[in-house]
Write a protein that binds this ligand. Structure first.
Ligand code: FES
Length: 145
């Protein structure tokens, strides 16, 4: 049911923990399953130089957050904004359909942390104009073109 990559990132998650002096912190939750994900970003000159996460959630959510941190580390803010839940799931060699929302939690956690960073620094990040950090991550289809 789960790919080797999912199992690997679940058993040995990368970048677990927190960053004390993080530049952006995002916390998101899924009301239906109750899982919570917290993402910490260290940003220098528009580049994500460090990222850590803590996930209180299912195995797919842990694997997704681990993979998401790998995908955005060393990337610019703009590049990180392009990391969708589909990209995370693909990088994991797929997730079962009923577990896709777990990868959505990872995408939302990145965006919430970037939103926090933008707010603290009084800047605007394209794509986050209408972001609602309090919004629940629902299970309904969330397709990216
Ligand atoms: Fe809730 Fe996976 S079941 S995030």
């Amino acid at each position: 049911m789960y790919s080797e990559k999912v199992m690997d990132h679940f058993m040995n998650p990368r970048n677990v923990g927190e960053i004390q002096d993080a530049d952006g912190i995002g916390e998101v939750g899924n009301a239906r399953c109750g899982d919570i994900m917290k993402m910490y970003l260290k940003i220098e000159d528009g580049v994500i130089v460090d990222v850590k996460f803590k996930t209180f959630g299912c195995g797919s959510a842990i694997a997704s957050s681990s993979m998401a941190t790998e995908l955005i580390k060393g990337k610019t803010i703009e590049e990180a904004m392009e990391v969708t839940n589909k990209a995370v799931a693909e990088a994991l060699d797929g997730l079962p359909p009923i577990k896709m929302h777990c990868s959505l939690l990872a995408e939302q956690a990145i965006k919430a942390a970037l939103y926090d960073y933008a707010k603290k620094n009084n800047i605007e990040i394209k794509g986050l104009e209408n972001f609602d950090p309090q919004a629940d991550v629902h299970d309904h289809d969330h397709e990216h073109a």
